[in-house]
Design a protein around this ligand. Structure first.
Ligand code: NAD
Length: 426
């Protein structure tokens, strides 16, 4: 019997929500395929906690991605789960060493960073890059693509796609949290909807030729603070009980008893006492009308494609559900769907029939897709290590770069209030 290959030696850069709670967790469940050799994080308490969970020695814990990559040898792959503005240097360093990289999206907040990674990946002997477009792995979008490719709605003419971020999710991540400022993270469209732009380009099957975008920060501004609102929700705010964005209502009531996201982001461990303390002092207890946020809370993008398909994308904060809704219009049929409900409905005009497809998956994170992604990269990395071609990746770095350039062009359109052709010089 052939000896099974040794587990891949992997390091995790960034022991936050994605690095610790998703990748470390899923890889640690697969000891025959993955061995986490070292981890890095700038926050000592997060580093120590993950190190303990993984049973790592102190020598395998590093205060930064740089420190780890300059000292740890004999690796196969690197997970880059640092903040948006800290992706480029570790990715380029890993690629230069021939290591495979699982790179969290966005690739980088600016085009020059994206191009630096593109150049590093193109060098002789470089490792591979898998950008975390998790929705590519969902049965929902895979089925949608299969239906289109099988011609089930004739020729695709237009797509209407809405990303509903959810009012409390938006307040958590984009008003109080890490993605609230463009200069510290990314424009909201890139941070949240690079997935959607990637999906639209994939579904349409042709390059985008032009974009037009409008939108901005409509609501979470000081002038919209209700009478009686205080700087922090726990400072005796007189409207706290009726405010949907109240930190008390979100973290201590809506997520009462949960130690997972978003409470695990608010305070290490996510237990009630730690969360309450964090709300009294930390960023997540701030009134949503008194934060230093500037990212858009709604944005519309109109996309034109080379095969004459048009798509409209709406990304917005103001919904109860956290879901994507799609409507694909073809010459002989249409498909509507809701990702969170896990349902697609196909209407065939010629047959006068409709079909309801259940595409829900049991599982965690993005409808089970985080796990599918980890299974896929571990398999492909091992195949590459063994010198085999292996399976093709569900998507490529080039495709991710294309959809990122669509986001940069949409931002340009929004700021310059004009239609932007994709072949304009950057
Ligand atoms: N694919 C998705 O759907 C998805 C979902 C959420 C977040 N993300 C992306 O994943 C990345 C991480 O997000 P998160 O939610 O885990 O954030 P997080 O803030 O919870 O974790 C990031 C961690 O990186 C650490 N860090 C900062 N600088 C570092 C450095 N130089 N070296 C090592 N560690 C460093 C921070 O201390 C923090 O603990 C971001 O780019 C984010 O946009 C992707």
């Amino acid at each position: 019997m052939a000896t099974p290959p040794r587990p891949l030696a992997i390091v995790i850069l960034g022991a936050g929500n994605r690095g610790a709670d998703v990748y470390a967790e899923l890889m640690a469940q697969r000891p025959n395929q993955a061995r986490i050799a070292a981890i890095a994080d700038a926050r000592p308490e997060r580093l120590a906690r993950l190190g303990e969970r993984l049973g790592l020695d102190a020598g395998a814990l590093f205060p930064s991605a740089d420190a780890l990559l300059s000292r740890v040898q004999d690796l196969d792959a690197v997970v880059v789960a640092t903040p948006d503005d800290a992706h480029v240097a570790p990715t380029v360093a890993a690629l230069d060493r021939g290591l495979d990289v699982l790179l969290e999206k966005p690739i980088a907040p600016h085009l020059d960073g994206v191009r630096a990674i593109e150049r590093a990946a193109a060098k002789e002997g470089a490792g591979t890059v898998t950008v975390v477009h998790v929705l590519r792995y969902t049965p929902f979008f895979r089925t949608l693509k299969e239906l289109l490719d099988a011609g089930r709605i004739g020729r695709l003419v237009a797509i209407q796609h809405t990303e509903n971020i959810g009012y409390f999710h938006f307040a958590h991540s984009y008003v109080r949290g890490n993605w609230r400022r463009e200069d510290e993270a990314s424009p909201m469209l890139l941070a949240k909807a690079c997935h959607d732009l990637d999906l639209l380009r994939w579904l349409v099957g042709a390059p985008c030729t032009a974009v037009t975008s409008v939108g901005g920060l409509a609501h979470f501004r000081p002038e919209n603070a209700p009478e009686g609102a205080t700087e922090r929700c726990l400072d005796g705010c007189s409207v706290e009980r009726t405010c949907p964005y109240s930190a008390v209502r979100i973290y201590l009531e809506l997520f009462a008893g949960s130690t997972d996201w978003p409470n695990s982001v608010v305070a290490l461990g996510g237990d009630r006492r730690a969360v309450l303390e964090a709300l009294q002092q930390g960023p997540y207890g701030r009134c949503v009308y008194h934060c230093d946020n500037d990212v858009a809370d709604h944005q519309l993008v109109q996309l034109e494609f080379a095969n004459d398909v048009q798509a409209s994308l709406v990304v917005q904060a103001f919904s109860a559900a956290i879901t994507r809704r799609v409507h694909l219009m073809g010459t002989h049929g249409e498909i509507t769907g809701d990702l969170d409900e896990g349902v697609l409905e196909l209407q065939d005009f010629a047959q006068g029939r409709s079909e309801r497809l259940n595409v829900r998956v049991a599982g965690s994170g993005h409808g089970g897709d985080d796990e599918a992604l980890v299974v896929d990269v571990l398999e492909r990395w091992q195949q590459r290590r063994l010198g085999r071609g292996g399976e093709h990746a569900p998507t490529t770095l080039a495709a991710s770069i294309e959809s990122h350039t669509m986001a940069f062009a949409a931002e340009r359109s929004r700021h310059e209030r004009r239609r932007v052709a994709m072949d304009e010089p950057a």
